[in-house]
Design a protein around this ligand. Structure first.
Ligand code: ADP
Length: 485
């Protein structure tokens, strides 16, 4: 029977499950954050692209709505700004009014070439840029305010609170649309995509840093606690099962013990026969005397004979009872190779709770010694020796308690020694401890050791007791080694 304690393995498995669960939860959360980030970034890109396309359309419309006479109509700036707040100002160039700077001229040249609006200078530091539309006779330039260009009412994030940093980038210039958190975290999500309108080739850049604090700690804690609770329940269940198995095992051993004990008892009961035999002797002597009388006292002699029969019946009953009682399992016929180490382990398993109660950690010497024995009888001997040792150890202070078990081959025998640091056996007691009914314990039966000795003898072995060199008792069980095949 393997009785290994699985606690460390179970704890390790629990740790692995808890960690794996937490890692999975963290992964799921990171994926969730990344999905949200990417969705938001795509929405931002689309919104800003729509705005730039819209500005392209406005510029194209301006080109179409040429003033009837040059310089006659008021420039359309103020009216346009009322509808498109991001367009701060509209300039108009004709042959009389050249552009104020070369960048706008370059923009016009580009616009003429590409037949669409073009950038005529970017100043992201002040959040502005010029959009130029070449046309004839007049060309137009709109100054665009980036802040007003952002459609905040449709914005997918809270601009003040969001941890996402959003910028527009153009040839090394940056315009911060949304500041976000600029701390550096453990993980970083990035998004970069050029605006859809070719006229305004700005890059939309979104960055989000995710740190340890963003992980779902509460869920992870919950999972860990859940794992712990499940394992604790499992452990309790397992412990309960172990306890039950131990109880069954003890019961089995107890039953065998009782059978054997009754065998021992038979020896003690023998004196019961003395009384009826003495009575029979007395009655028959009396009867024979009465029959010899002249005249013989037949009535009294008959009474004596009736009493004799009664007593003989009583004796027969005692003998019958004893015979039934003495029916001990025939140990000698069940001899087989048994590993002493294993028998010790099984016996110790049953005494584990008692050892724990007394704070005794039995030291079992390593080694494999295989003897020829009946496993049940052998286990019973060891169990008795260990139980006696523990009883002796209970008499001494806790820190002085030691119990060592060793096994080694000696010639043709395997020898098991059980040595305790208990009270030891007084010199006058030592010669008597194997006698049936000899005990120094108030609740003791005094049958344990005599049973062990006869079980050992049945297995062609011996059991002896001495006191250990320093202190305590030392029991030696010697059994023939198993024949190696
Ligand atoms: P019981 O345990 O019922 O007394 P046993 O036959 O097992 O009967 O033991 C007989 C006696 O031997 C015990 O009462 C005790 O005095 C003595 N004895 C047995 N084992 C030890 C031990 N390890 N140390 C000291 N005394 C022992």
């Amino acid at each position: 029977m393997p009785h290994h304690r699985a606690t460390p393995a179970v704890a390790l498995a629990g740790l692995v499950i808890a960690i794996a669960g937490c890692v999975t939860l963290a992964r799921l959360e990171l994926n969730h954050l990344r999905d949200g980030f990417e969705t938001d970034a795509r929405i931002i890109h689309r919104l800003l692209s729509q705005r730039t396309a819209q500005q392209d359309a406005v510029m194209a419309m301006l080109a179409l709505l040429q003033p009837a006479t040059q310089g006659a109509a008021a420039p359309p700036g103020p009216r346009i700004s009322a509808v498109y707040p991001q367009i701060l100002e509209v300039r108009q160039r004709d042959d009389n009014n050249p552009w104020p700077d070369a960048a706008m001229q370059a923009g016009e040249d580009e616009s003429r070439r590409s037949h669409r609006a073009a950038i005529g200078g970017v100043d992201f530091a002040s959040g502005r840029y010029q959009l130029v539309q070449a046309a004839a006779p007049a060309s137009y330039a709109a100054q665009i305010d980036l802040r007003s260009m952002v459609p905040w009412e449709e914005w997918p994030m809270q601009p003040e609170a969001s941890p996402v940093r959003v910028t527009l980038e153009y040839h090394g210039q940056h315009y911060v649309v949304q500041a976000g958190h600029d701390r550096v975290g453990q993980w970083q999500f990035d998004f970069r995509k050029r605006l859809a309108a070719d006229s305004q080739p700005f890059d939309v850049v979104a960055v989000r840093s995710v740190g340890w604090t963003d992980l779902p700690w509460l869920k992870m804690l919950g999972w860990t606690l859940l794992t712990g609770a499940a394992l604790a329940a499992l452990h309790a269940l397992e412990r309960q099962r172990t306890e039950r198995r131990r109880a069954e095992e003890l019961l089995r051993l107890g039953q065998v013990a009782r059978l054997n004990t009754l065998g021992e008892l038979a020896a003690g009961v023998a004196h019961e026969l003395n009384q009826p035999l003495t009575a029979i002797l007395a009655s028959t002597q009396a009867a024979s005397r009465l029959l010899n009388d002249e005249p013989p006292d037949l009535a009294t002699a008959r009474d004596a004979m009736v009493r004799t029969v009664e007593q003989a019946r009583r004796a027969a009953a005692v003998v019958g009872r004893m015979r039934r009682v003495v029916e001990r399992p025939d140990v000698a016929t069940r001899l087989q190779p048994v590993n002493l180490q294993e028998a010790v382990r099984n016996a110790l398993y049953l005494l584990e709770p008692e050892c724990a109660r007394l704070g005794v950690r039995p030291a079992v010497m390593d080694g494999t010694v295989v003897v020829q024995a009946d496993p049940v009888a052998l286990e019973q001997i060891i169990h008795n020796l260990l139980a006696n040792a523990l009883q002796a150890l209970a008499q001494v202070p806790a820190r002085e308690r030691a119990l060592s078990i060793a096994m080694q081959p000696e010639g043709a025998h395997g020898v098991l020694t059980v040595c305790d640091s208990g009270t030891g056996i007084p010199a006058d007691v030592l010669p008597r401890i194997f006698e049936p009914f000899f005990t120094t314990r108030s609740g003791g039966l005094g049958l344990g050791l005599s049973l062990c000795e006869s079980l050992a003898a049945d297995m062609n072995g011996t059991l002896t007791a001495t006191n250990a060199a320093q202190r305590g008792a030392l029991f030696r069980l010697s059994l023939p080694l198993a024949k190696t095949p």
